[in-house]
Design a protein around this ligand. Sequence first.
Ligand SMILES: NC(=O)c1ccc[n+]([C@@H]2O[C@H](COP(=O)([O-])OP(=O)(O)OC[C@H]3O[C@@H](n4cnc5c(N)ncnc54)[C@H](O)[C@@H]3O)[C@@H](O)[C@H]2O)c1
Length: 307
Amino acid sequence: MKKVSVIGAGNVGATTALLVAERELADVVLVDIVEGMSQGKGLDMAEAAPIDRFDAEVKGTSDYSEIGGSDIVVVTAGLPRKPGMSRLDLLQQNAAIVGEVSGNIARYAPASIVVMVTNPVDVMTYHAWKITGFPHNRVIGQAGVLDSARFATFVSFELGISVEDISAMVLGGHGDEMVPLPRYTTVSGIPITELLAAGTIDRLIERTRKGGSEIVGLLKTASAFYAPAAAATQMVETILKDKRRILPCSAYLKGEYGIDDVYIGVPVKLGINGVEEIVELKLTQSELTLLQNSAKVYKEGIASLQQ
Ligand SMILES: NC(=O)c1ccc[n+]([C@@H]2O[C@H](COP(=O)([O-])OP(=O)(O)OC[C@H]3O[C@@H](n4cnc5c(N)ncnc54)[C@H](O)[C@@H]3O)[C@@H](O)[C@H]2O)c1
């Protein structure tokens, strides 16, 4: 059995742990700094196994040595947003947490692949890459799978069409300047630009960009977690099963799309080695400008972290 550790047993972490175990993708170790929280949730999930009939172990702990031998470590430790906050407002506090977590990953699970979820995710992925010292293909951020799912949901609501036939593509950083790509968002292969008026698409893009804030505004004391956990689990499954799917993920760029030394959302081929290839789409000049502008925001985030 493969092994996946999830750091942070809060809303996203616990939901991810349960999804990974229920699908029997791996045995799961759930780690949290709050004593008893991961142990309690881990035991509770283990007690769901006889009902839901899954043969995966789930164990909660606050002892990092238990993550040893993990194939993947999903990092969800950190503060979520409150209403009115941007993801970048979390930067300094979450950098301290992610720094500590990354040091432990490097020490106890040196061969693992890191899937970063903590926000601001593009900057935190860069931070974890630096601190672990892992090759960049083994440190990947989750954002694009979620943002694309949100775009697909809104297209489905608008057209009254099954989500199963919708394939959406959202690039760029996980923030207000993300880059939804209507030309690459299709319903059974038909670009939505042939199915929806330009004004309608603009409205759906705006709702996608603000998708996280919409949920924070409704929940008030928490941020989204069901779809984020589903997105992280899809990345885990793709890696463990070496599916080599093309998914939008926050990946390290070295000149691709004219962007250098930053983690940002781009389509990647995801497999057993993590990011196996960065896929370079033929973007229009305006799409490319949006992506490059998005990258600039996160470069500034990285710079403020290094100060
Ligand atoms: N990338 C994305 O698409 C995406 C989506 C949703 C949430 N997020 C982010 O994921 C993070 C977690 O969100 P959540 O809703 O699960 O928050 P949460 O508050 O429910 O859970 C966070 C957990 O982290 C734990 N924690 C804090 N410091 C720790 C440490 N040093 N070591 C281990 N555990 C520690 C806390 O005790 C808590 O249980 C937030 O930063 C949030 O913004 C990202």
